[in-house]
Design a protein around this ligand. Sequence first.
Ligand code: PEP
Ligand code: MG
Length: 325
Amino acid sequence: RQEQFRALRSVEPLTRDGQRISLLMNAGLLVDLPQLAESGAEGIGLFRTELQFMIASTMPKADEQEIFYRNVLKQAAGRLVTFRTLDIGGDKVVPYFRGHEEENPALGWRAIRLSLDRPGLLRTQLRAMLKAAAGAELKLMVPMVTEVSEIAAVRELLQKEVQHLSRFGHGLPRKLQFGAMLEVPALLWQLDELMAAVDFVSVGSNDLFQFAMAVDRGNARVSDRFDTLGKPFLRLLRDIVLAGERNNTPVTLCGELAGKPISAMALLGLGFRSVSMSPASIGPVKAMLLGLDAAALAKVMNEALDDIHATTPMREVLAHFAESH
Ligand code: PEP
Ligand code: MG
C-alpha cells in the first residue's frame, strides 16, 4: 500500500465529481520538511513554532528564530508554509518558561493569551518571520483565539513590526496572509466578525473538540468517550464552513480529524476544501478522495444531520456511504 500511496504523489487531488482539494501537512521541525516532497503535500497548513522552543534548553534568540524560519521556507522551496505563532502552555510545556502552577492549564495562561501579555516575545517572533520571508509570501496564524479583539491586537503589533522593518530599510514579504485558529467555542458565536477580521481561518479540531465536549484531549479515560464524528461536532463544523462561504473567507482544518480517511471524508462532505494532516496521512486521504462523490456525500450528510429523529450514529451513516460508493 505504501507503494500505491507513493504513486499518488503527483496525482492532482480531485474528487470524482471534480472538487479540487488542498492537501497540506503539519510540521514543526526541520526534519519534517523532506516529507513535503515525500508525501506530495501542497504546502504546510500548520507549522507549530513552539517545537523549536520545546526542544531548546533556553529561549531561542531573535536571530535563531529568524534563521530557523528562513531554513523552513528555503526547504519548502516555494510551497506555502502557514506559521502558527507560539502555542505555549496547556499540553505544550516549555521548561524554561514557567508561569504559575495552574489548576486548569488547558483553560489557562497559554498561546495567544500569553503572547499578548508578553508582547516582547510575540513581537520578536513576528519580526523574525517577517525578516525570514522577505521577498516571499508569509502566511501566519494565531492559536487559541477567544475574542475577535485579540486578532486586532496581534495585527497592531504586526503592523508596528512591518513599519519598524521598512523604516530601517529591511525587505518585507511580498504578500502577507494573516489568520486565526478556531479552537475555542466562544468564536462560534462571532463567526461573521471573525471571518471579516482575517484572511483565513484554520480549525484546530483537537482543541475545539476538547472544549466543545468538555473532555481532556490527553486523558484516555474520557478522550474517546464522545465521537468526533457525532452529530454535535459535525453540525458545529458545518456552521463554520457555511460562515466561511458566506464571508468568502478560506477555511482549513488542521487537527487529527483531517488525517483519518473516514473523518477526512466527512469533512469533505461538510464542504471543507482544504485540510492539513500528518504527512503519513496524505496518501491514504488522497486515495479516499479520488473516488469520492463529494456532492452525493454532502446530500446524505445534510439529510442525516437535519433529521432530529434519526437514530443511526453518523459514523455508521458515513461508513455505509463509504462502502456503498
Ligand atoms: C488543534 O488543536 O487541533 C491543533 C491543530 O493544534 P494543536 O494540536 O497543536 O493544539
Ligand atoms: Mg490546538
